[in-house]
Design a protein around this ligand. Structure first.
Ligand code: NAD
Length: 325
């Protein structure tokens, strides 16, 4: 009989997604049952609200010792270098993304863990993939080191499912938009920064072109998506490590226009840099019908609803003096 899932170790918990996912998991399973780990210290609200340990995911012995000591039965593996950061140091991106994932899978296999979550990304796609309504099962030929590690990572996860019967799950997150922890060096980071600058200064210099359209998702949907996938009935899953998921697609210009409905004087300049080429190699929209069919995935937020929520949250922080200048 499968053990009940209740002792969770999370890697990369100080990051944009991990910091909010860890809080959601602590609310659900109890703070003492979620050990948050990272190479850096997470925000005080997380580090002080329950167990926290510093660990580098490339150090298998140290990570294994933590899993053992905490008696974790589930790992949420969020530690990674993202697309823009990865292009600046491809060797390190390979070490952290592949080495870290391999360590997590080996620890999970050897210790007989119940379940592992390992997120993938729309970065698995490349310039030869169909760009509109990108299918679930399609060409995976990325041109970034980040994408290469995400494709290899999905394959490795699926191999552990097939070879060892390890229950590994993951979805291809699109750009994730949130207002608690800043993003960590991805190509869709502009869609977060633009909100901060709209509230702080009323103007923003965007590092992508105005017509660059990418798939995106608001953080509450990202959390729902992750928790729902991890609780899905395994007998319904035909895919495991690389579910397409999306909530909306918009161009930088469309996002600016939506913000302008609430901040009429908002000005945006477009100054594309090296991240434009990465964005140009990714899909504009995603077909997530497999996730909808296999574990009932449905997003709640569209562009209009997300924009209202982001601006409300950032304006409240600014009024409280808690938004850095
Ligand atoms: P992030 O950069 O905000 O956080 C990643 C965390 O990993 C950081 O806190 C960092 O300190 C930690 N880390 C880096 N190297 C480490 C190491 N060697 N050992 C331990 N920790 C280390 O990233 P995120 O946005 O929270 O992403 C989490 C996961 O989701 C990643 O797998 C990422 O590829 C994936 N993802 C994110 C997005 C997005 O838009 N944010 C989109 C697609 C996929």
């Amino acid at each position: 009989m499968a053990r009940e899932m209740k002792r969770i170790l999370m890697t990369g918990a100080a990051g944009q997604i991990g910091s909010e996912l860890a809080q959601a998991l602590r609310r659900k399973h109890g703070s003492d049952n979620v050990l948050v780990t990272d190479v850096v210290r997470p925000p005080a609200a997380l580090a002080e609200a329950g167990p926290f340990e510093t660990v580098d995911v490339t150090d298998r012995a140290a990570l294994d010792a933590l899993v053992g000591r905490f008696e974790a039965d589930t790992v949420y593996h969020l530690a990674a270098l993202l697309s823009a950061t990865g292009e600046k140091d491809p060797q390190r991106a390979w070490r952290v993304n592949m080495g870290g994932l391999h360590n997590v899978l080996e620890i999970a296999r050897a210790r007989g863990l119940v379940r592992v979550f390992s997120p993938s990304s729309i970065a698995v796609f490349g310039p030869t993939t169909p760009r509109e309504m990108t299918p679930q099962d399609t060409v995976l030929a990325p041109t970034t080191i980040y994408g290469v590690t995400k494709v290899a990572g999905e394959l490795l996860c699926d191999y552990y499912v097939l070879k060892y019967g390890l229950d590994v799950r993951g979805c291809r997150y699109p750009g994730i938009i949130s207002h608690l922890t800043p993003p960590g060096g991805g190509t869709t980071d502009y869609a977060v920064a633009i909100f901060y600058e709209a509230v702080r200064r009323g103007r923003y210099a965007c590092f992508l072109r105005e017509d660059t359209r990418l798939p995106m998702m608001y953080m509450p949907d990202c959390l729902k998506c992750t928790l729902d996938l991890m609780e899905a009935d395994v007998s319904r899953l035909r895919h495991h490590a690389g579910f397409n998921v999306t909530a909306m697609s918009f161009s930088a210009g469309e996002l600016a226009a939506e913000i302008r409905k609430h901040v009429p004087a908002f000005e945006v300049r477009y100054e594309p840099d090296f991240r434009q080429a990465i964005a140009d190699s990714w899909p504009a929209s995603i077909d997530d019908s497999a996730a909808r069919a296999e574990w009932d995935w449905r997003p709640d937020y569209d562009l209009a609803a997300m924009t209202v929520d982001m601006l409300d949250a950032l304006r409240a922080r600014r009024a409280a003096g808690a938004l850095d200048a």
